[in-house]
Design a protein around this ligand. Structure first.
Ligand code: COA
Length: 386
């Protein structure tokens, strides 16, 4: 039986607080007029101390599971694409797995900057099509406000926080993710970079003093790259799917700059109303931008059954990628009405399960600790049983 990977659930989350251009203009030397005319952005959402990449990812993931009507236990794999993970380790995806109670899922983070969601979508779809997975949760989540230098007007105006999630499910109904591509060019890595905090430049008092934990960007360089790859990636992926641009009902581009999207539209010879643009309200939310834009397009009734969509993104790395999706809500597997009730109860239980597991691990640590004090041998490993 031929297998297809359908998007059967989708959800988004943004922080409570909105920061308008006018508000930004009170702290940096800029204006609503400059930002709106150069980028199209009017406002962005900014996380408070309680809102993190994992908490936004979790909210979006739960919304996607509601739409798909799927229990977290049925998820095989969770991929969180992010440039602002909760920690360097463990993966943010593992925190989401634990909070969801997705006890049968593998989980990992994917780092491909703003192209990360497209990369994750492609990997998930390939995994489903080849039979390795049935239900994969793909999330793009960011708190870029944590790595933005709020004194640097050339970058702080661009970015925002948010999360978007898709649930991909195996189905024998033709459609879903028809084609995807991923590309990179590491020679352009310096043009969009957070220099410190990694292996090359570990955190130090000096790196903090020099603002090297913040995003640094060569805006013009990134702009040129973006306008080049958006159109070429869209063209190439449409061809991979065996379609032409005339078959495409809607393009959901990465929401970085309105001028970049307009330039792609011109290059592809497509009318601008065939592009989803919501960056005026969100700014650039990196990996979350494409799923948030698609969630909004669906909610607005802009996506109809069997429509062919192109999702296309670019970002630091440099990376870029695209996917063609045939939207087919009818491909959703049959589910029982008890799922919803079970799922809600399960979220409460997953907290308890997590707390119990932590407790057991602590007890285990104490027991093993005592035993290894008594027994001779390797101090770093627990003593062998039996
Ligand atoms: N407010 C007011 N003036 C600003 C400003 C701001 N927020 N940011 C920069 N300026 C000034 C500059 O200092 C410069 O002044 P000068 O001419 O006196 O030197 C002038 O505006 C023009 O700056 P420039 O950098 O040439 O503007 P631009 O037209 O290239 O627009 C970006 C800047 C960042 C909006 C644009 O380059 C861009 O969108 N690049 C792509 C970035 C991106 O998408 N990154 C994420 C990729 S995932």
């Amino acid at each position: 039986m031929e297998r297809y990977a359908h998007i059967t659930g989708w959800g988004m989350a943004v922080p409570e607080r909105v920061v308008t251009n006018d508000e930004l203009a009170k702290t940096v030397d800029t204006s609503d007029e400059w930002i709106a005319s150069r980028t199209g952005i009017r406002q962005r959402y900014v996380a408070n101390a309680r809102e993190t990449t994992a908490s936004l990812a979790l909210e979006a993931a739960r919304a996607a599971l509601e739409v798909a009507d799927l229990s977290p236990r049925q998820i095989d794999l969770i991929i969180v694409a992010t440039s602002t993970p909760e920690h360097i380790m463990p993966a943010t995806a593992c925190l989401v797995q634990d909070a969801l109670g997705a006890i049968n899922a593998g989980a990992f983070d994917l780092s491909a900057a703003c192209s990360g969601f497209i990369y994750a979508l492609g990997l998930a779809a390939n995994g489903i099509r080849c039979g390795a997975h049935n239900n994969v949760l793909v999330i793009g989540s960011e708190t870029l406000s944590r790595i933005v230098n709020w004194k640097d007007r050339s970058t702080c105006i661009l970015f925002g926080d948010g999360a978007g999630a898709f649930l991909l499910q195996a189905s024998s109904v033709p459609g879903g993710v028809l084609a995807s591509l991923m590309r990179s060019d590491g020679s352009g890595g310096d043009s969009l970079i957070v220099p410190a905090g990694g292996s090359r430049m570990p955190a130090s008092a000096e790196s903090v003093r020099n603002n090297q934990h913040f995003i640094q960007m060569d805006g013009k360089e990134v702009y040129r790259f973006a306008t080049r790859v958006m159109a070429s990636a869209a063209r190439e992926v449409v061809q991979c799917a065996g379609l032409t641009l005339d078959d495409i009902a809607l393009v959901v581009p990465h929401q970085a700059n309105r001028r970049i999207i307009e330039s792609a539209a011109r290059s592809l010879n497509l009318p601008e109303d065939r592009f989803v643009v919501n960056l005026d309200r969100y700014g650039n939310t990196s990996t979350a931008s494409i799923p948030i834009a698609l969630c909004e397009a669906v909610a607005a009734g802009r996506v109809r059954p069997n429509d062919h969509l192109v999702l296309v993104g670019f970002g630091a790395g440099l990376t870029w990628g695209a996917a063609v999706v045939q939207w087919n809500e009818t491909a959703k597997p049959e589910v029982s009405p008890w799922h919803r009730i079970g799922r809600q109860a399960g979220y409460g239980l997953s907290r308890v399960r997590s707390a119990v597991r932590r407790g057991l691990r602590r007890v285990e640590g104490i027991v093993y600790g005592k035993q290894s004090e008594v027994g001779a041998g390797d101090e770093t490993l627990p003593p062998r049983r039996g």
